[in-house]
Write a protein that binds this ligand. Sequence first.
Ligand code: NAD
Ligand code: UDP
Ligand code: UDP
Length: 320
Amino acid sequence: MRDATRKACLVAGGAGFLGSHLCERLLDRGHEVVCLDNFFTGSKRNIEHLLHHPRFELMRHDVTFPLYVEVDEIFNLACPASPVHYQHDPVQTTKTSVHGAINMLGLAKRLRAKILQASTSEVYGDPQVHPQREDYWGHVNPIGHRACYDEGKRCAETLFFDYHRQHKLRIKVMRIFNTYGPRMHPNDGRVVSNFIVQALTGKDITLYGDGSQTRSFCYVDDLVEGALKLMDTDDLIIGPVNVGNPVESTIRELAERIVELTNSRSVIVYRPLPSDDPMQRCPDIARARAWLDWEPQVQLEQGLRSTIEYFDRLLGRPAT
Ligand code: NAD
Ligand code: UDP
Ligand code: UDP
């Protein structure tokens, strides 16, 4: 017989960067994990070490198609997160966000299961309010190159709140700010993985624009802790909740930090800023502090060191 405290959790996008860490933590907590992925940006390698775990199950499936499984909790992370990948097939990105949300919400509705949406700071677009609080509605270009992702994620939030109001679904909406760490794909295209791989392989560090744009970087362990805490809150807490690190740095500072930490001889080169690239990003995490009793524990330098070690091993170089 199944232990009453043991839950069956579906992690859609479970073979991705964040999903694989989440699967691991859920197994550590004694739960059963169904990891679903279409392997668009995720990889079996990320969850290889879990494949033989008796409480772990892997399903190849695309969330844009209906899914019939039996679970207690659903974490919907299925969606490419890097601009390079989500802009590769923008129509598919919107379908994944919108049809994927509808299917996951339909599943949750049939099962009366709790469901968490991995939303994003991109719902704020290129923000005119700083730092971003959850009650800010954002400044998004609806027809630009980032819109497939930004508007897709905004529509998914709308669907979550409408299923909550209309069908009394138990929802949790988490707005994730830039998160980095081991298991980012080396060709993921996001800034932390790009700079580390470039620095470790002695290639030029590609700084887009003049590097004065800012981001705030959250280490993956902190992010996963935030997701678990949000899922565990009582049903009155539905979000949205910003989860991210409020320590802001310019992209140029990040590049210099990574060159220094890797003792690299790489030089920084300047490339054009992609269109609609937000100038400033920093979460106000007062809500996460108050509602989840959560705040990031890992400092940027510490997180960068572990990420550098990971890429060092992956690229087959001895750690520096
Ligand atoms: P990722 O690309 O590593 O993971 C996404 C996973 O979803 C991949 O394994 C991919 O194969 C899978 N996927 C994509 N489309 C799918 C589909 N149609 N059906 C099934 N699986 C599909 O990215 P990540 O950084 O782990 O992001 C996970 C989630 O968190 C995403 O929803 C992303 O939008 C959100 N998020 C991440 C960040 C971040 O900084 N990492 C920031 C904001 C939001
Ligand atoms: N759905 C699913 N699994 C389920 C139940 C529903 O994938 O267990 C999908 C199905 O494709 C459906 C969508 O979720 O179209 C939305 O479900 P809902 O019940 O809200 O709407 P309806 O079935 O009335 O379209
Ligand atoms: N960026 C950069 N060089 C790179 C990759 C990204 O300068 O090789 C910049 C990018 O233009 C943006 C910031 O770093 O201003 C963060 O980019 P990322 O793709 O990681 O995430 P997002 O723009 O979605 O926050």
